[in-house]
Design a protein around this ligand. Structure first.
Ligand SMILES: Cc1ncc(COP(=O)(O)O)c(C=O)c1O
Length: 355
């Protein structure tokens, strides 16, 4: 059974020796669903979504946490931590609990109550920190050093290694092939770095002849990397104030930003941004037309595809993958504005109602 764990299956590609299966929560092996209805509308026969909400704490973060917890335990740490806008909080708290480590989670101010609860249930030390989120990222490392806490933040090198596995899975799910385009929501950059490295590994080892074109998608209200990309700059400028409802991808000072700009330039990728309204519409399309309820931030991928579709060199037979990074149940604004009708009837009234 242990051999079937994705971390074990792909261990030749990962920098961890002696993987301990007991630290895993069964992450990975998520489905790649064909989006038939949306694909037909876009004249794309092979439009897919990688459903990362099917990870143990409902986001892609578990793939990274699964590797960094292995490292933390191997290095003898008794304390584990992270800085988070939401999903990484729950993921770190869950894996910390599983490993029996004392866990510290520093949350970005404004994190939704839903995300707070999703982490809180695992009983970590939970602190919502007022102030600059970019500075908190670096401050956590000095606190970690002083207090012997392994901080597995968004661009922790071992976390990034875990994200490579998504690329290997997509390759296998497509019958040993690479898609033409991969669209990913982009904030700190860790996830996209991992995905690109995963496909680079496959190319280096001769499994694929070319790597996909990556499209990193930011929220218009917090798009330091999209701005730098548009201006042809190799170094991003941090932005002062993020204004978007896509809280989980609103990092005004993304620590992996300059690496992303270089990798995207080297691979001929694209970085773009979409508005809150475009995300909400895309989320609703995925929900109502495909039955896939993803986090608002994840819906940026479909929004970007709709926006860029005609400018991309895409044949109807090209394979396109949207990486849907998290679950819709964490999208409080979308849940509140879903606009559905619900009636209350007695059993007698129900029997007499024409349905
Ligand atoms: C749902 C979701 N999608 C995408 C991202 C962006 O990932 P990264 O910060 O690694 O770029 C995050 C980050 O927290 C997220 O929570």
């Amino acid at each position: 059974l242990d051999e079937r764990l994705p971390l074990k299956k792909f261990s030749d590609f990962l920098p961890v020796v002696g993987i301990k299966p007991e630290l895993s929560l069964g992450e990975g092996d998520t489905p790649l669903l064909r989006l038939g209805c949306l694909g037909r509308k876009q004249r794309l026969s092979y439009l897919f979504a990688k459903i990362e909400s099917q990870n143990p704490t409902h986001s892609f973060k578990d793939r990274g946490t699964a590797v960094s917890i292995q490292k933390a335990v191997a290095l003898g740490f008794k304390r584990f931590g992270t800085v988070s806008t939401g999903n990484m909080a729950a993921s770190t708290a869950a894996y910390g609990a599983r490993a029996g480590l004392e866990t510290y989670v520093f949350l970005k101010e404004g994190t939704s109550r839903m995300s707070l609860m999703a982490a809180g249930v695992f009983n970590p030390h939970l602190v919502t920190v007022k102030g600059d989120y970019g500075c908190l990222f670096y401050e956590s490392f000095s606190l970690g050093k002083k207090n012997n806490i392994y901080f597995s933040n968004s661009i922790d090198p071992f976390r990034i290694e875990g994200y490579k596995v998504t690329a290997y899975e997509i390759f296998l799910e497509l019958g040993n092939g690479a898609p033409k385009y991969v669209l990913v929501p982009l904030s700190s950059g860790g996830h996209l770095i991992g995905l690109m490295r995963g496909f680079e590994d496959l190319k280096k080892d001769g499994y694929i002849s070319s790597i996909p074109t990556f499209i990193g998608v930011q929220a218009e209200g917090c798009a330091p990397l999209a701005r730098a990309y548009e201006r042809g700059e190799s170094v991003y400028t941090r932005i002062d104030k993020a204004e978007t409802i896509a809280h989980s991808i609103s990092n005004p000072d993304p620590p992996g930003g300059n690496v992303i700009l270089r990798m995207i330039r080297d691979h001929g990728g694209i970085i773009t941004a979409v508005s809150d309204q475009e995300m909400l519409e895309a989320q609703s399309m995925l929900t109502r037309e495909e039955g896939v309820f993803c986090q608002l931030e994840s819906a940026t991928t479909l929004a970007a595809l709709l926006k860029l579709r005609h400018g991309l060199s895409l044949k109807s037979t090209d394979r396109v993958v949207l990486v849907l990074t998290g679950s819709g149940l964490k999208s409080v604004p979308s849940l509140e504005s879903a606009g559905f009708k619900s009636r209350e009837l007695s059993l007698e009234e129900l029997s007499e109602t024409r349905l």
